[in-house]
Design a protein around this ligand. Structure first.
Ligand code: GRF
Length: 199
């Protein structure tokens, strides 16, 4: 086996959970094309069968799967048990949430403790939850940004692995600020994930 092949077999196996457009997932997949990237994306999994990100992942040659949450009704854990089975079937060692829009139960959080990360579009602990850019603008913040954190039971509460900062500019709307933060997310997430799998 060549040195290059040997390095490939050592790469950490990452599954990405999405619900929508999948731009952070795409950033993770793109970064994994570098020969020295310490992870590979082995599955992109969505709770929404029509997620744009599934189409993008398939076009990039990454295995995809949708497990619709709706047939599970109010039984969120049953849906997560199906997700968990798919993650294990894919041989995932880490899970990256990338715009996965469902609050997790203790089951999935505990199953992947220390090996599940999320990206959030604010400088946590500021602005957990939704509508982060509007809240930052309304608070008059000079800076906004994004955070990559380990996933724990509380929403957007786990230990922060890394953050990136961007300025809030005069006249910013939630849309203009969101675009600036999103560009920072696309750099931060692959770098933070690479550091996590190497440690
Ligand atoms: C990103 O802003 C991410 O920080 C948040 O949800 C959004 C997902 O966007 N968790 P995308 O699907 O990665 O384009």
């Amino acid at each position: 086996m060549s040195v290059a092949n040997h390095a490939m077999t050592q790469r950490a196996r990452v599954a990405v959970l999405i619900s929508g457009r999948g731009s952070n997932m795409t950033a993770l997949v793109e970064a994994a094309k570098a020969p020295d990237c310490p992870y590979e994306v082995v599955l992109v999994l969505s709770n929404k069968p029509d997620a744009e990100g599934l189409r993008l992942a398939a076009a990039a040659g990454v295995p995809t799967l949708a497990i619709d949450h709706r047939p599970f009704g109010a039984d969120r854990e049953a849906h997560e048990r199906a997700l968990d089975a798919a993650l294990r079937e894919a041989g995932a060692e880490y899970v990256a949430l990338a715009g996965y829009m469902r609050v997790l139960t203790a089951f999935l959080v505990q199953a992947w403790a220390g090996r599940m990360v999320n990206i959030h579009p604010s400088l946590l602990p500021r602005y957990p939850g939704l509508d982060t850019h509007r809240r930052a603008i309304e608070a008059g913040d000079a800076e906004a940004g994004c955070s990559v954190h380990l996933v724990t039971a509380g929403v957007d509460e786990g230990p922060i692995l890394d953050q990136a900062r961007v300025p809030v500019q005069a006249g910013d709307t939630p849309e203009t600020l969101s675009a600036r933060v999103l560009a920072a997310e696309h750099t931060l997430y692959p770098a933070a994930l690479a550091r996590l799998v190497k440690r």
